[in-house]
Design a protein around this ligand. Structure first.
Ligand code: HAM
Length: 424
C-alpha cells in the first residue's frame, strides 16, 4: 500500500511554497521595522509547560495535544502554540530587562489534534510575536499595529479586528461569581463539557460552539461590565491609540479566547467569508504567566497569525521570477556553459541548464516549459566564431554576444537587469 500523509497533515508543494516564502518574508520585514528579533524554539516540550500555561481545562490541553511518554519516562508534547515556549525560554535564559529580548518572534509549525476541516489542520504554522516587560497600553497598541501592518502590506482584504478586555484577577473574580450565578439557572441547558466547566472554569463556556450553549449565554453577564478602574482605563487608552492610528476595531465582549493565560486585552483578526475557521490571528496580554511559570513577575503581550488561513487571503500578485536558460551543444560548450552558469548565479541570476543535453529543439522546449525569459545558445559554431546567441524567449529576437564569459557576462547582466529577470 502507498504511504500517505497523516490526517490533518499536508505537503506544501513548490507552487504554494513560493507564496509561503513571500508571506513569511513580508512578516519578517514588518517585524524588523518594529524591532522584533527572531528566535527559534524546540517543537517538543515537557507536557507540564502547556498544561500549566494554556490551562488544564481548555480544549487544547484536554483534547488536542500530541502527548507521549518518552523512553526516559518524561511526558512530552508537540507544541500546540508558541507563547508557552517563548515564556519558558525567557525565564530559562533570564532575559529580563534585556532590550534585545523585549520584542521577539518565531515562525514555525504547531500541532493540535482538532477535527480537520477547511482552514483547520493538525499541523499548522504560526508567525508568533511577543513583547515582554511593558504594562502600558502603548505596547498593546503596538502589537495590534504590527498585525495590522503585516495584513496591509500583504493587501489582505476585508479583515476585522475584534477587541475585548478580560480584566485582571480582581475583575475576573467578581465576573466569575456573577457568571456562575447566571449559569446555575441554565445548568440543564448546557452540554456535558460546559456543565463541567461551569464549576472549574466558567469563562470557557463562552468558547462552546454548541447552539444550545450559545443560546443559554444570550443574556449572560459580560466581563466588560466588571472591569476595575485600572483595567477600564487601560482598555480605553488602547482604544484611543488605535483610533488615533486609524486602525478600525470592533468591540466584542464575548471574545474570551481558547487559552487561560490572558489578562486585560484580547483580540482576534477575523475574515468573514473564508469559512467556519475565519480567525486568521489572535492574541492578547498575559501579565501573570511568567510569574506562574516560576519567573519574575513580568507583563507580556503577543499575537500569532495562522499561515494556512492567511495565505489564501493574500492576493496572487507576487512578481514571478524567470530564469535564463543555457542551451549547450557539444562537449566544449558544456564546459563553457558551466563557467557561464557559475558566473551568472554568482551575479544573482536564476540559471538553468538542461542536464539531458538533448537537441537544440528539445533544449528550447525545456526553456519554454521553465518559462525562461532568455536562452543563451552555445554550440561548436558559436565557440569557433567567438559569439554566443542570446534569444529573447518572448519576442524570439536574437542577438550575438561574446561567447567568453569574461567579455559577455556584463552585457548579459545588463540586459537581464533591464528586463528585471531572475533578480530579487
Ligand atoms: P490561537 O488563537 O490559538 O492563539 O492561534 C492563533 C492563530 O493560529 C489562529 O487565529 C489561527 O489562525 C491559527 N490556528 C490555530 N489553530 C489552528 C489549526 N488547527 N489549523 C490552522 N490554523 C490554526 C495562540 O496560539 C496564542 N499563542 C497567540 C498568542 C501569542 N497570544 C499571545 N501571544
Amino acid at each position: 500500500m502507498r504511504i500517505q500523509t497523516i490526517r490533518g497533515f499536508r505537503d506544501i508543494l513548490s507552487e504554494e511554497a513560493g507564496k509561503w516564502r513571500y508571506v513569511e518574508d513580508t512578516a519578517r520585514e514588518v517585524l524588523d521595522w518594529f524591532g522584533f528579533k527572531e528566535v527559534r524554539l524546540p517543537i517538543l516540550e515537557k507536557t507540564s509547560l502547556f498544561a500549566r500555561s494554556i490551562g488544564e481545562n481548555t480544549d487544547i490541553v484536554e483534547k488536542e495535544m500530541y502527548t507521549f511518554t518518552d523512553k526516559s519516562g518524561d511526558s512530552l508534547t508537540l507544541r500546540p502554540e508558541a507563547t508557552a515556549s517563548m515564556v519558558r525560554m525567557f525565564i530559562q535564559h533570564s532575559l529580563y530587562g534585556q532590550p534585545k529580548a523585549a520584542k521577539l518572534f518565531t515562525i514555525g509549525p504547531m500541532f493540535r489534534r482538532e477535527r480537520p476541516q477547511k482552514g483547520r489542520y493538525r499541523q499548522f504554522w504560526q508567525v508568533d510575536a511577543e513583547m515582554f516587560g511593558f504594562t502600558h497600553p502603548l505596547a498593546d497598541a503596538e502589537i495590534i499595529n504590527v498585525v495590522d501592518t503585516i495584513l496591509k502590506k500583504l493587501v489582505v482584504p476585508d479583515y476585522e479586528i475584534h477587541l475585548n478586555s478580560l480584566g485582571c484577577q480582581n475583575c475576573r473574580k467578581a465576573f466569575k461569581k456573577a457568571l456562575q450565578l447566571y449559569l446555575e439557572d441554565k445548568y440543564n441547558e448546557l452540554c456535558p463539557d460546559c456543565q463541567r466547566r461551569y464549576k472549574s472554569n466558567p469563562l470557557r463556556v463562552f468558547d462552546c460552539k454548541i447552539a444550545t450553549c450559545k443560546e443559554a449565554l444570550k443574556d449572560a453577564p459580560l466581563i466588560t461590565d466588571y472591569l476595575c478602574s485600572e483595567c477600564q482605563t487601560h482598555f480605553d487608552t488602547l482604544q484611543s491609540y488605535l483610533s488615533h492610528l486609524g486602525i478600525a476595531f470592533t468591540l466584542n465582549p464575548y471574545l474570551v479566547r481558547g487559552l487561560d493565560y490572558y489578562t486585560k486585552t484580547t483580540f482576534e483578526v477575523i475574515i468573514p467569508g473564508i469559512g467556519a475557521q475565519n480567525a486568521v490571528a489572535g492574541g492578547g496580554r498575559y501579565d501573570n504567566l511568567i510569574k506562574e511559570l516560576g519567573g519574575k513577575s513580568t507583563p507580556a503581550i503577543g499575537f500569532a497569525i495562522g499561515m494556512e488561513r492567511l495565505i489564501p487571503c493574500v492576493p496572487d500578485s507576487i512578481p514571478q521570477k524567470r530564469p535564463i536558460f543555457l542551451a549547450l551543444l557539444g562537449a566544449e560548450a558544456v564546459k563553457l556553459g558551466l563557467i557561464w552558469a557559475k558566473a551568472l548565479r554568482e551575479g544573482g541570476i536564476w540559471t538553468e541548464i538542461d542536464y539531458r543535453l538533448g537537441s537544440l529543439k528539445s533544449q528550447l522546449n525545456r526553456a519554454n516549459r521553465l518559462q525562461a525569459a532568455f536562452t543563451l545558445i552555445i554550440g561548436e559554431d558559436e565557440i569557433k566564431n567567438g559569439k554566443a546567441i542570446l534569444r529573447n524567449m518572448d519576442t524570439k529576437e536574437q542577438i550575438n554576444i561574446p561567447v567568453a564569459p569574461e567579455q559577455g557576462l556584463n552585457i548579459v547582466l545588463k540586459i537581464l537587469g533591464r528586463e528585471k529577470v531572475g533578480r530579487d
